[in-house]
Design a protein around this ligand. Structure first.
Ligand code: SAM
Length: 291
């Protein structure tokens, strides 16, 4: 009798647990579908101006604002700098308000606002990406920014930094307007530039008057931090003062005392085009990624 009861109870109990688990999974999936990345708190007008200035925005830029609120960042970028772009926002009324403002300002042919989850937005078209979101959500976006944005894209974040990125510029100042927003006057604007991928072995072509022997170099990379060694002829030399900002790369090879080779170039996928300077002589330089 006892055995009979436990046979019936165990499957019933297991079924119950399964139901709870399924319900929990559905709930988790629903939450995951749309994470609220932050409440609606508009960036003060002066901060918007600073963000766009730090981005060095121009008419050829395409701006995407993640969580666009009343649309002020994209609208200002279009109105003042002639840029185009879009904003995504989860609140219906704000999307409507922004599109109405775009129409009223005569900007609707260049900017639009979509009711869309920022985590599911295709951001690959951006040349400038802006955000004013909660600190943890800024960091949840880190991987998306790394994989979807093209090298050279500028990222501007109001107040919160990206933990594993190194800013190219940080503006830190006090603003009275921020007291009603965050309770303090502290205001931060971070500028990041998506680095090109340069890790690997490169083979260079340089003019014979600059280096008679072939130049190859191997780069290691952690975001925009790069380093490595070069081989000039049979000799190994360290890469000095390496810099990578977006697609712009530069470094120095101390091949001869007082006559180093100074390389600067633009990374284009698996190739680099630029110039090399030695002893005041400047000539073209190209490199190709071999591994
Ligand atoms: C702090 S406000 C910033 C508004 C505007 N970018 C600015 O700087 O003035 C953040 C905005 O993100 C929106 N938001 C929050 N989660 C979102 C999500 N998952 N997808 C799209 N928008 C979201 C909020 O509704 C809010 O309007």
């Amino acid at each position: 009798m006892v055995l009979q009861i436990s046979h019936q109870v165990v499957p019933a109990f297991a079924a119950r647990i399964a139901c709870v688990l399924v319900a929990w999974l559905f709930m988790a999936a629903a939450i995951a579908q749309q994470i609220n990345a932050g409440p609606y708190v508009p960036s003060p007008v002066s901060v918007v101006a600073d963000m766009l200035k730090i981005a060095g925005i121009g008419p050829r830029d395409f701006v995407i604002d993640l969580g666009s609120g009343d649309g002020r960042i994209v609208l200002t970028a279009a109105k003042v700098y002639g840029a185009s772009g879009f904003g995504v926002e989860i609140q219906d009324n704000l999307v409507k308000l922004s599109n109405e403002a775009a129409k009223a300002e005569g900007l609707a042919d260049r900017v639009k606002f979509l009711k869309q989850d920022l985590f599911k937005t295709d951001i690959s078209q951006a040349t400038v990406l802006t955000m004013y979101l909660l600190p943890n959500t800024v960091n949840m976006l880190s991987e998306k920014l790394k994989t979807e944005l093209r090298p050279g894209t500028r990222i501007i974040s109001h107040d919160y930094s990206l933990a594993d990125w190194i800013p190219e510029e940080t503006k830190h100042f006090d603003l009275e307007d921020k007291i009603k927003i965050s309770g303090v006057t502290t205001t931060l604007i971070f500028l990041y530039v998506v680095p090109a991928k340069v890790a690997g072995q490169w083979t260079s072509k340089v003019a014979p008057e600059v280096a008679k022997q072939p130049v190859t170099f191997e780069l290691s990379q952690q975001m925009q931090k790069i380093g490595g060694m070069a081989r000039v002829g049979g000799r190994e030399v360290p890469i000095e003062d390496p810099k990578l900002v977006g697609e712009k790369i530069s470094f120095r090879l101390p091949v001869e005392r007082g006559r180093p080779l100074n390389f600067t170039g633009q990374v284009k996928g698996a190739s680099i085009e630029g110039t090399v300077e030695a002893g005041g002589v400047r000539s073209p330089w190209t490199a190709a990624l071999s591994k």
